[in-house]
Design a protein around this ligand. Sequence first.
Ligand SMILES: [Zn+2]
Ligand SMILES: [Zn+2]
Length: 347
Amino acid sequence: MAKNYYQILEVKKTDSIETIKKSYKKLALKYHPDKAEESKKKEYESNFQAINEAYSVLSDPAKKQRYDSGETGNFSSRSSGSGSMSDFGDIFGDLFRGRFNESSYDEEPDLDLHYGLVIDFNEAAFGCEKEIMIKRNVQCKKCKGSGSEDGKFEKCERCNGSGRLEANQQTPWGVIRQTVKCPSCEGVGKKVKNECNSCGGNGVQNFREKVKIKIPAGIDNGQTLRVMREGDFSKGGDKGDLFLRIQITPHKTFRREDVDIYMEFPISFSQAALGDKLMIPTISEEVKIKIVAGTESGNVLRIKGQGIPHINNPKYRGDQFVKLIIKTPKKLTRAQTKLFKELGKLD
Ligand SMILES: [Zn+2]
Ligand SMILES: [Zn+2]
């Protein structure tokens, strides 16, 4: 058998349909292409496809039986009826259904906007509010989005005024007949007679606008923040989302790895030899740390809870790691030279 559907869904042949469903849900959410970073998009897509294919067979008792008996036919091309579609809705709920539709039809306009945003180390650590300028389509002020110069409309011919079109879609469950928004009139069912001369009938105009963004504490370099409904406006009144890819400028003292912070801290020969109390800077305060006598260069201290807040639970913070570096004095005073010489004699 070419593909092991059980392996793909991480279940056993004897597992119940509930277990299969649960595992499928987990994997489908994990590998949903919308969640993938750009570099992993292909991998996620092929995983997602494989998971769906496996589930479409193993969730259908008749197909499962055929599969178990060693049949290798193309299960997914057979029509599976509406029962499977309700499963799909059941599993994804409202979370993905909308996006599933959007991504499945090329005619649906992409209203999402993608921008990069540079913030500094502390802004990322503690969160911040930013005002950014973006260029986006907004509702035409003159025609209020209708696209009409005089408020007169005629019926859309493509959908015969209904605003909807029937479409067939190939899915892992077979061909599903679905109603989609008419792309010609964007679901309105009518078209303008005389186009608004301000927006050319588009109902939207491209403007530079200021958008206020709340950055959550703990966001990391390369992560993408999704700001709901701050993307392009469509003629039909829909709003896309704004995606901001975060870039963090380096800090002069601290280096970040996930939620932990790393730094180097210089100490003197005598501090290393005799031990001492140090005041170590962290991102929120100075922390008093004791070093023991006989500390060696390169020893690392860990300060618990002084790292970066977890983005999903800012109450919890990572740790700070301090690498102690013994500084060899370059210029000695006469008194120091004398003392080091005496020390040398003792060694
Ligand atoms: Zn207009
Ligand atoms: Zn139409």
